[in-house]
Ligand binder design. Structure first.
Ligand code: FAD
Length: 458
């Protein structure tokens, strides 16, 4: 590697999950990396973890962590979730497996734990310097300068960069400054639903009070409650619900209405959350939305992660997609020998359609999680899909599996998924069980599908 090419100051705005991981890749390449993060360092000060206390980590997020050599440490933070545990209104449970191979699981991981490990790892490269409590306020794209406010002293400093990476999340200042400077083309669309986090505490000796290795869902049609396990024995519980309307956050204005709502809709969860109504009013209500950007770079500045493509959380892919961005950027740096002027347009082209595809699939998955999972036809289609995958492994992989367990580009998973949905619709119409499937027709339909390229198959 030509060292002159690495002799650049790379400045990263935002030390969240994506900025912290990218700083490791770049530190390991040999760049000097400066990272500005507006919040205090969660490793040193107790601050709220931010948007969600835990997250689902899947294959796409794991591979980059393996590439930077961190999986041994990350593994200690993981709880496998093998499928969805559905809770009906009477409290009856039904388990739906996510995949059909032992390795087809996703993992619950603490956001604070993961981001702390990433920052530790970045510092061990010896090339990455974090500046916490430093908020980027302004950017001069033509002169490669940013204005940073150090909020302890309330002083503004000007910092010069060679390359600026904006990984400052869904409300990205870098993205908004690109737009106000006339270089960006972005849209952001808020979901009509908000969310609220609660906790099912651990039992005695840190026991999990409901099945540990599952993602729990209480699907209720227009809204839902979910719960993901934590290592300490508790579960982070999230209510997703419309902002306004008949059953909505707007309707839950006092403790009595919250208690009645949970008692009637989620009785088994209600019984496990002793301080539910206090928590409900102590915890903030979060907003959700989708950001789509047509331009991810301008001059020497590039955005990615949520800054370029925030998605709603219903496919559990926002972080995973952001981690995949980091791996892709690193591999394009390899291909173009760190020539950033070539790298940025190639990276944007490689990622933009995929980011839009996962944004669409994440929105669709909300309806699946809160409603469709209750439908017996859904279970039949899932069973047929698993059987088709067994019989035609090169041609048919269920869409959920393509997104969660493989590295098939999101846009390809989306387009193949549409064709597969039509096949499943045809095969499941007018039947009630797997043994009634017209298998000769199934073979005829599936063998028409283009085989998936070997590079994406295990
Ligand atoms: C309820 C919920 C559940 C989710 N569940 C999952 C899941 O299960 N799986 C999954 O893969 N994804 C999930 N996500 C999505 C995931 O949280 C995001 O995709 C991920 O956090 C994106 O990482 P990021 O680093 O791009 O942005 P962020 O994590 O938002 O980090 C951005 C950082 O930039 C900092 N910053 C912002 N502005 C400035 C500034 N001006 N100057 C300096 N610093 C700044 C912020 O303080 C923050 O630390 C979920 C999201 C939500 C809301």
């Amino acid at each position: 590697m030509n060292n002159a090419k690495l002799n650049k100051d790379i400045t990263i705005v935002g030390a969240g999950l994506v900025g912290s991981l990218m700083s490791i890749y770049l530190g390991q390449r040999g760049y000097k990396v400066t990272v500005f993060e507006k919040l205090p360092d969660i490793r040193k000060e107790k601050i709220p973890a931010g948007r969600s206390i835990n997250l689902a980590l899947a294959n796409r997020g794991i591979r980059p962590l393996q590439q930077v050599g961190m999986m041994d440490k990350v593994e200690k933070l993981l709880i496998p979730m093998k499928g969805r545990m559905l809770h009906d209104i009477e409290g009856n449970l039904q388990f739906q497996s996510y995949g059909q191979k032992p390795e087809e699981v996703i993992y619950s991981v603490s956001r604070a734990g993961l981001v702390s490990l990433l920052r530790d790892e970045a510092e061990t490269t010896g090339n990455v310097t974090f500046h916490f409590k430093h908020k980027v306020e302004d950017i001069n794209f033509n002169h490669n300068q940013i204005v940073v406010n150090a909020w302890e002293t309330d002083q503004n400093k000007t910092h010069e960069f060679d390359i600026l990476l904006g990984t400052d999340g869904a409300g990205s200042k870098v993205r908004r400054l690109m737009e106000t400077s006339g270089f960006g083309d972005f849209s952001s669309e808020l979901l009509e639903h908000n969310y609220k986090e609660l906790t099912i505490p651990a039992g005695r000796n840190n026991a999990h009070l409901i099945e540990k290795e599952a993602l729990h869902i209480w699907p209720r049609g227009g809204y839902m409650l979910i719960a993901l396990p934590n290592l300490e024995g508790d579960f982070t519980v999230t209510l997703f619900m419309p902002k306004t309307g008949e059953v909505s956050f707007e309707q839950l204005q006092d403790k009595a209405s919250v208690a009645t709502f949970f008692k009637t809709q989620f009785k088994d969860a209600y019984d496990l959350i002793p301080n539910l109504t206090d928590l409900y009013f102590e915890n903030p209500t979060g907003i959700l939305g989708t950001v789509r950007s047509k331009n991810w770079y301008h001059e020497n500045a590039l955005i990615f992660g949520d800054a370029a493509h925030a998605v709603v959380p219903f496919h559990g892919q926002g972080m995973n997609c952001g981690f995949e961005d980091c791996a892709e950027l690193n591999s394009i740096l390899n291909r173009y020998q760190d020539d950033w002027q070539q790298v940025m347009p190639v990276f944007e082209k490689a990622r933009i359609d995929n980011a839009n595809a996962i944004a669409d699939m994440a929105l669709e998955n909300y309806v699946e999680m809160r409603d469709v999972v209750r439908d017996s036809k859904f279970h039949l289609k899932k069973a047929i899909a698993f059987e088709l995958e067994k019989q035609f492994p090169k041609q048919f992989i269920p869409r959920y599996s393509m997104v969660m367990f493989h590295h098939i580009p999101y846009a390809m998973a989306q387009s193949r998924g549409e064709v597969q949905a039509n096949i499943l619709q045809q095969l499941s119409a007018d039947i009630e069980s797997l043994d009634q499937v017209n298998w000769p027709l199934a073979q005829q339909l599936v063998t028409k599908l283009e085989p998936i390229s070997a590079e994406y198959l295990p």
